[in-house]
Design a protein around this ligand. Sequence first.
Ligand code: HEM
Length: 464
Amino acid sequence: MSALKLPNGPQTHPWVQMYQWLTNPLEYIEACAKRYGDIFTLNLGQNFAPQVFISNPQAIQQIFTTDPKQLDSGEPAGIKSPLLGRQSLLALEGKPHQRQRKLLTPPLHGERMLAYGELIRKITEQVISQWQIGETFTVLPSMQAISFQVILKAVFGLEDGPRYEKLKELLIAILNPKFPIIRTILLIFPSLRQDLGAWSHWGKYLRLRQQIDQLIYAEISDRKAQPDSSRTDILSLMMAARDEAGEPMTDLELRDELMTLLVAGHETTATSLSWALYWIHHLPQVREKLLQELDKLGEQPDPNAIFRLPYLNAVCSETLRLYPVAISGLSRLVKSPLQIGEYKFEPGTLLIPSIYLTHHREDLYPESKQFKPERFLERQFSPYEYLPFGGGNRRCIGMAFALFEMKLVLATVLSHWQMELADNKPVQAVRKGLLFSPAGGVRMVVKGRHLQNQPILQTSSSSV
Ligand code: HEM
């Protein structure tokens, strides 16, 4: 632990700091940044190393460009999850992390990613066809249904059928505990995890995980028994991939990476989509501009053309700026003494790139609490000023896939339905596990079908 002086931070008892960080994190870190500046330290108790929150772009640049031998995330930095496993990209570090990233990158990028366009559109159409005119509904569960099916079909490559249905049911159960706060506490304090039988919280969790693993291993084994080189899903591509030594991924690696992609990619995208639909309908001028851009592409436009639309891109960027669903990047553990700006950090210190605080710097984003997509048309931000997907050797591997999915889903929803927010109250961001979600999940009313190039419906939710 650091013998040198750490950046300033609150002097309250570590339990008080932990309580504030768990229950009121956005206001808490904003208050700390206001008082102590864009590099400050939180002390969250004996079980944790001091955590230095950083929202200074030069310092973030240094974090993202420092050699991982000196500063890296993964299990030593406290990133471990009993669901994802120790071979998860998130838990690995060093060479094994590098190797796994190389194997996972191609299926989530370029031509291969674009091949999922039709699948994403079909799934979206099927989910939103269940909405009824005049009906009030909550957006988040529909977006979860879309992103979940996209992952199960694009990543796992599962076809409709009993295994797909069972896996879906079990995954929904494990990812949506009845008491999320208990789950969060158990994940933060491993010593509290006790298997007290099938009825106990942890016991239920372990049994669900075991059933999920059985289904995943059965799928891997079937694929090995009947290889099909024409398959384009990410599991097949991972199974076909070889590292520099010509070695394939082991079954355990495949299982852990599948779970990682599912967990990291499902709720993040669904939550971001719900925020986007909220802002688009909260601000009629944003919706109008988007529809004008989309209508110009005609019916059933090419997914690639949608991906390149400038205003849609700006709307997605601003959505991810204002309330980034992950408010911090992964913690990075200092492994050998490291100078950042005026501070020298000793091994054992945790550095946290604060995405939320960086995105709310008034010098970069004036009126930062306002939704203004134009910011992204008027200027370019560096990867150290705008970082919803983190950066450096840990940058989100699903970034291109998530943006592609967000744009296709938004384009499909807007070109099918005219909707309004059910009420005009501003929506607050609330903690949901590790992510920040719109409170209440965004309630909306379906007003009618969208007719291309028709005058745009005047919404009643007018004020900014
Ligand atoms: C809007 C949606 C998403 C957001 C906002 C998001 C955000 C992030 C952030 C902030 C990180 C940490 C990066 C860092 O600390 O430098 C991350 C890592 C990661 N994300 Fe995403 N993500 C999204 C979607 C996805 C999707 C769709 C997938 C996969 C299909 C995915 C897979 C991952 C993985 C595997 C990592 C760990 C990378 C590593 O440790 O090398 N994410 N993501």
